[in-house]
Design a protein around this ligand. Structure first.
Ligand SMILES: [Zn+2]
Ligand SMILES: [Zn+2]
Length: 263
C-alpha cells in the first residue's frame, strides 16, 4: 500500500515544532507518496477578547498557504504535497470560517472536534477531558454529524477523542449512530497515531469494535506535531496491523474522496 499522511501540523499552531521543509524531507525519507499539511485552522469568534492559542492566527494563514504551495512545486518530483486544515465544526463560526478559507484554495480539510459547543462560550467543553458523561457524548455525536453533513471534510480525525466514563451501552448506542452516519456517507475514520504513541484516551478500542461491526473504513493519521514523527513508519505499520486485527479496511490514498468541491 502507498504510504501517505494527511494529518500534519506546523509550528504556527504554537504547539508543533520544526520547519515545514523538514516535515517534507522526513516524509520523503519514509517513502511517503503524499503528504498533506492540515494545521489547526484560525477561527473567528464573536467574542473579541477570546482567542485560542492552539491554532494559527488568521494573518498567518496566507504565509502558511504560500509556503506549502512553494514546497509543493519544489518537491513535486518526489512527493505530492497537499494544502489543508484541521478544524473543529462550530455552528456559530462555521460561515465566517468558510468565507475566510475559500480564497486560500485548499486541497482538503479534516475535522477534529477538540471542543463541543463553540469553544469560546461558557458551556463548551474540551472533548478529551476525563469523566465525560452521557449528555456530553450525545452532544459530541450530534455536533460532529452536523459538521460532517456540510460535505466539506475528507475524514474525521480521532473520532474517539471523547473521554467517556459513562455506561458502555450508552457509548455503544451513540457511537453506533456516528459510525453509521460515516459509513452511509463514505467518510473514513482516523486511527490517530499521536494518541497511540502517547497512550492518550484515544484510540479507544471500545470505539473501534463498534466501527468494525458497522463496517467503517479507516485512515492512519500521524497527527505529526514534529518532523521526527514522520519517520515512525514502524508505528504506522502497528496501527495498520491493529486495524486489520479488528477487520477494518485501511484506505489507500487513491480510495479516498477529498471532498473539496466547496473549498
Ligand atoms: Zn495539535
Ligand atoms: Zn491534529
Amino acid at each position: 500500500m502507498m504510504k501517505y499522511n494527511l494529518h500534519t501540523h506546523t509550528k504556527r499552531c504554537n504547539h508543533a515544532y520544526g520547519e515545514d521543509k523538514e516535515y517534507v524531507e522526513n516524509a520523503i525519507k519514509s517513502g511517503m507518496k503524499v503528504l498533506g499539511f492540515s494545521d489547526h485552522c484560525p477561527q473567528f469568534f464573536p467574542k473579541k477578547d477570546y482567542y485560542s492559542f492552539f491554532r494559527m492566527l488568521p494573518e498567518q494563514a496566507y504565509e502558511y498557504a504560500e509556503n506549502v504551495r512553494s514546497l509543493q512545486k519544489e518537491y513535486k518530483s518526489d512527493i505530492k504535497i497537499l494544502l489543508g486544515f484541521e478544524t473543529e465544526y462550530y455552528p456559530e463560526t462555521y460561515d465566517a470560517f468558510m468565507d475566510f478559507v475559500r480564497p486560500l484554495g485548499l486541497d482538503y480539510m479534516i475535522m477534529g472536534q477538540h471542543f463541543v459547543g463553540n469553544e469560546y462560550d461558557e458551556d463548551s467543553f474540551y472533548t478529551a477531558n476525563e469523566g465525560r458523561g452521557k449528555a456530553f457524548l450525545s452532544q459530541y455525536v450530534n455536533q460532529v454529524i452536523e459538521g460532517l453533513d456540510k460535505g466539506a471534510f475528507t475524514y474525521l480525525a480521532h473520532p474517539d477523542i471523547v473521554n467517556f466514563s459513562g455506561p458502555d451501552d450508552y457509548y455503544r448506542e451513540q457511537m453506533t449512530v456516528l459510525c453509521r452516519y460515516a459509513k452511509e456517507h463514505n467518510i473514513p475514520l482516523e486511527f490517530n497515531m499521536l494518541g497511540y504513541l502517547n497512550n492518550r484516551n484515544y484510540p479507544d478500542y471500545r470505539f473501534w469494535r463498534i466501527a468494525a461491526e458497522v463496517g467503517n473504513s479507516a485512515v492512519i493519521g500521524y497527527d505529526a506535531h514534529s518532523p521526527e514523527v514522520l519517520l515512525k513508519i514502524d508505528a504506522a505499520g502497528e496501527c495498520a496491523a491493529i486495524m486489520s486485527y479488528f477487520g477494518i479496511h485501511v484506505l489507500d490514498f487513491n480510495e479516498m474522496e477529498l471532498r473539496n468541491e466547496m473549498l
